[in-house]
Ligand binder design. Sequence first.
Ligand code: 5RP
Length: 265
Amino acid sequence: MDWGMKNRLSRLIQPDGKALFLPVDHGYFQGPTHMLEKPGETIKPLIPYADAIMLTRGVLRNCVDPAIPKPIILRVSGAATVVGEDLANENLVTSVQEILRLNAMAVSMSVFVGSKYEHQSLSNLAKLVDACEDYGVPVMAVTAVGRELEKREARYLALCCRVAAEIGARVVKTYYCAEKFEKVVDGCPVPVVIAGGPKVDTQREVFDFVYDGMQKGAVGVNLGRNIWQTEHPVAAIQAIRAIIHENYTPNEAEDLFEQIKAGKA
Ligand code: 5RP
């Protein structure tokens, strides 16, 4: 692996081999998402606890201080929305020159395996990998399931992750599934990070699935709504960080969460 690629990956995946990515890219397909109406304000208190921030060039340019101390993962696929014909009908929407100009540490794009647009999104992944590898920029494939959340089962997720890695993604983001998540990770030759999906009912559920996913081999999370849509995002991200980087159990994370909420930690 070239020095530039290694250097960028080492800024994202920390020396302990783990990572907490904070995505705030949701506006690219669903507009001003709840709690992300002003993304710059949403991320400000969370930045110290994230290892990287994932967002689009528009939000980066307009809402984020260029002196931000954390690396950027630039979302570079889009051009489909929740009110359009099909969310899977995406294309690449950002050039390599722009990726370099914005000093992105990595790029991310969605792949819609099993959708009508499977071939298009996988071909776009291949094009992006070819273009980015020339400059040592890692590509993170976001294995997306669109509206069909019932597809979140190990056999399907394992297939998506493996295909994305075979095409050349350096990191793969997938959803967690309660059963056989280890099969998803074990079948993927590159690091896997877990997305959260829509906000779940309790903070404890998040601690449980992050912990279980890490035990089963994920290197970390790419977790958005289950942090910044919660009532206590700063406490939530610190507790999740403790699971990822300090091997906290869900019970320990919950204690920490309560202490931070109460102003005792
Ligand atoms: C949205 C994304 C998000 O980065 C990904 O879904 C993670 O966010 P969340 O935890 O809110 O699901 O790719 O397109």
